[in-house]
Design a protein around this ligand. Structure first.
Ligand code: AMP
Length: 415
């Protein structure tokens, strides 16, 4: 028997109300703040990710699905493709900042576990073309308001600044010096010490975490410009009334971040449970071959949102079903049912037609299980009088109605 590949999942009809709810709230919040939708291809040149995300990151080193001789890669994240599109379409000549959002599936060859998949979906957005700290505040506010609009409770906002090209080298040197004499690090951290020292700070291994807790803090070593930016952002968040915690171990897994990084964590979650995260990437567009352009973005995993909606027992609106079911008895009734269904659908009323010539009882059972509000029954007797029986499924009341009057009558009843 074939099964969906490891780390992937089918999103069955019963799950769809959650997904539609999240997608609708995402589109609504983006409209409120002036973010427009962009869809980029599912795969890109491998180099876009290698350069953008960084050769030393977990994603590029071991998680990319590459093909065509390694030239192309299924997108593992959404920011680099949007920046590529910004450069390709000359968006620097549009009014700045350019604000774009996406809802897309992403692919990472990770070890599957609860809330961690090989194909997952993100709602993300980017604001490109301004270095103003007020934009950092807005980007965080969009995420905050989005989670509020979903009804999610008890999310904490973790915030950090990891500096810029100017001040980060000095910080990394301090970090290396601090870690150099440390023994007993996990194998990954021993490698990180030389390849990617920032990532030492967010190791999930408990003994490494204790070492990281006492490590030098990036916020203590910011250059004056980065310190001012961080101070302004904290001021904006205070004005917006968004509570946050500065977490000096928050660095995020991709190399392109500068200055602001942030994450939202549910109250009861393990170390891998961030529901969304983002940050500023002031060098990325230049690294990808564009003219120097600052930017900031955020992305949140839809699977994890759905998981938290369920955990918190948040009800989501049901999706509507066709309200009318047509049951027919006999061959002549069949033709009349087909005609009626076509007439009703053309006037905008959703209809399910019985198929398979089952007994009336079985057809009514099917109408019930499909959640039909009304069933039209066409039998030989009704047909002879050019009538049909209209049955209200909630009260099981029924009446005989001339076939010609049914569309008008049903239109009134279902509207
Ligand atoms: P990232 O692009 O790694 O910053 O991830 C942003 C958000 O996407 C995370 O906070 C998660 O909610 C979600 N996410 C990332 N990786 C996965 C994954 N493998 N499976 C499910 N959700 C994920």
């Amino acid at each position: 028997m074939y099964r969906a590949p490891r780390g992937t999942a089918d999103i069955l009809p019963v799950e769809q109300p959650y997904w539609r709810f999240v997608e609708q709230k995402a589109a609504a919040i983006c409209q409120l703040y002036g973010y427009e939708r962009i869809d980029t291809p599912t795969f890109e040149d491998t180099q876009l990710f290698a350069r953008g995300i960084g050769d030393a990151t977990d994603i590029v080193r071991k998680e990319m699905y590459s093909f065509s001789g390694g030239e192309l890669t299924l997108r593992p994240e959404g920011t680099a493709p949007v920046c590529r599109a910004y450069i390709q379409h000359g968006m620097h000549s549009w009014p700045q900042p350019v604000k774009l959002y996406y809802i897309a599936s992403l692919f990472r060859h990770e070890r599957p576990q609860a809330g961690r998949y090989r194909q997952h979906h993100q709602f993300g957005y980017e604001a490109i073309g301004s270095a103003d700290a007020a934009l950092d505040g807005e980007v965080i506010d969009v995420a905050w308001q989005f989670y509020q609009s979903l009804g999610l409770r008890d999310l904490s906002l973790q915030l950090n600044s990891i500096g810029c090209r100017k001040c980060r080298p000095e910080y990394l040197a301090a970090l290396r010096a601090y870690y150099e004499p440390v023994t007993g690090l996990c194998r990954d951290c021993v490698t990180r010490r030389t390849t990617n020292p920032l990532r030492l700070l967010d190791c999930k291994n408990e003994s490494c975490q204790q070492v990281a807790d006492a490590a030098p803090k990036s916020t203590d070593q910011l250059c004056p410009e980065c310190a001012t930016h961080f101070g302004k952002l904290k001021g904006h968040l205070a004005v917006l009334g968004i509570p946050f915690e500065v977490n000096h171990r928050l660095v995020r897994g991709l190399d392109y971040y500068t200055r602001t990084v942030f994450e939202f964590q549910p109250a009861e979650g393990g170390a891998q449970s961030a529901i969304g995260g983002g940050g500023r990437y002031d060098d990325l567009i230049e690294v990808l071959g564009g003219r120097p352009t600052p930017g900031i973005g955020f992305a949140t995993g839809i699977e994890r949102i759905v998981l938290n909606l369920k955990k918190q027992g948040i009800p989501v609106p049901a999706l509507s079903h066709p309200p009318v079911f047509i049951a027919g008895i006999g061959d002549a009734a069949r033709d009349e049912a087909v005609k009626l269904a076509a007439r009703l659908r053309r006037s905008g009323i959703g209809v399910i037609e019985a198929v398979g010539g089952r007994s009336l009882k079985a057809q009514l059972r099917q109408a019930n299980s499909l959640g039909a509000r009304y069933t039209v029954i066409i039998g030989e007797e009704e047909l002879a009088g050019d009538n049909a029986v209209l049955r209200d499924m909630s009260g099981a009341r029924q009446e005989t109605v001339p076939l010609g009057q049914l569309p008008q009558k049903l239109q009134k009843m279902v509207s």
